[in-house]
Write a new protein. Sequence first.
Length: 599
Amino acid sequence: MRAIEELGYEAPTPIQNATIGLLLGGRDVIGQAQTGTGKTAAYAIPIIERLDGKLVDERGRPRVQALVLAPTRELAVQIAEATHRLGRHRGISIVPIYGGQPIDRQFRALRSGVQIVVGTPGRIMDHMRRGTLDLSTVRFLVLDEADEMLDMGFVEDIEWILQSVPGERQTALFSATVPPRIAALAQKYMRTPERIHISTATSVTVPQIEQTYVEVGRSARLDALCRVIDHQDPESVMIFCRTKRDVDDLGESLLGRGYPAETLHGDLSQAQRDRVMKRFREGHVEILVATDVAARGLDIENVSHVVNYDLPDDPDAYVHRIGRTGRAGRSGIAITFVTPREQRALRTIERVVGTRLKPMRLPTAADIVTRQLDSLKDQARQAIAAGNLESYLTMVAELGEEFDPGEVAAAFARVAAEATQPRSLASVDSKAEEAPTENGMARLSIGIGRRSGIRPADLVGAIANEAGLSGRQIGSIDILTDYSLVEVPASRRDEIIEILRRANFKGEQVRVEVATPGQVAEGLERTRQRGIERGGDQPRGPWMRPRMRDDRRHGGPPDWHARPAPGDAGAFRRGFRRRDDRVEPRRQPRSEGPPKLAD
């Protein structure tokens, strides 16, 4: 109870209330409920309560008493972490086992003795065949998200595992749906299970999730998304797309507009997935763009918003998506973009969820500005409450001798508002022949490009470390064949040029100078050509500007916003080899073109 209270649980969820007592009593249970309803605690608490601390081998090492099977690596890790937190005062031993992790590390953990093993079917079978995982003392077995394991083709693996563990065990099966194949599995391997069904409306915790939709044309979705983000100002948001290509394209577009974003899909390695999820969980980026498959099993408590950039293909996918927010009793907001042709599909989703989605009016420019001013007022109140304003009061007093105090305050508010102009309303450079950019930025030409293997991440890391800029102060980046164009604050242009001229790029010094109009024009043309080569999905026109781009389409790694650790100038001079830390893309106003939506 102590750990439960420390974790902030106030009352059990419906699935917990219905199953914990049965599992504590030794019954087999089939729990049918959606993701995000507290299933992990529903079976973890009974397992922890019933562990036998005296069950050890001849050397006094704990024996495996509980096995939890999960469909994905992410879910296995999350289950292990949640169970560890629940049993922190009991001294339980638990290890997650999954593919993509060095198997030697798992060997060591298993040899030292463990009471609870959580893993994916494939890696569990691997250890069983190697003889490194002994399940002869298993007393509890849990199949979590069984329908997902069915969809992923794990049923035969599960049966092989079930046949290899003791028959005298307690089994719990949790699934959002119970198709015939799952029902047959339960009948064959479970002992008169008690079936618990939590209705859809309850399982997706509709009261905690505000579900809305925006009717918008496909070509206007990006502008609509940027306006929604600027107006809602989410703590963190997950954006769902149907395909990996759509995820990459949207992530690239958001980065180009100055929105810190990460992408998650099946083409990422496990190390890349872990890095992405760590940055998102820790708040280094506020936006995660993902496919349905890649996001299965993710359990992130602080997701305030979910955006369905594409309407999902089926209602179950919609339920899984919006279940990423409104977790652990928190409120959440789910926003779905719907084209006029998708109204019928939307009605189908509403019938399954059991509620009508509220139409949401797309925020106008005035709405966003009002929201921004309200935020500034809140920040001003906090600054006044914090005190330590003496130097600023002196400055205000000096200006008050020349101007009306109200005008002085209004001027400061205007400067602050313009410095944090919403990104979706940012003006754009309409004169491609001018090398300097708007909003106090200057464009530099750095004499190293794609031919030398340079990436946007390298340039961001170099400038951030060498010139002392934050990622947010660095503007758009375009990598050309033999040189690169980078925007930096115009007020520090000459200083940054001198600093970078003394630095080493890939082991040698390179030319750094103010970009010429000809170089800018070439950069714009190359960006325009990339749009044509990609089927015309990039903005065009005389207003177009260079933008950050992801070199995945040209053979580079997908995690291009890695950079050297802050202050690690040596890593920069060694050729950008250190990649264990990141810098957020700048949040200054960016835009890829004139607004497509009416104010």
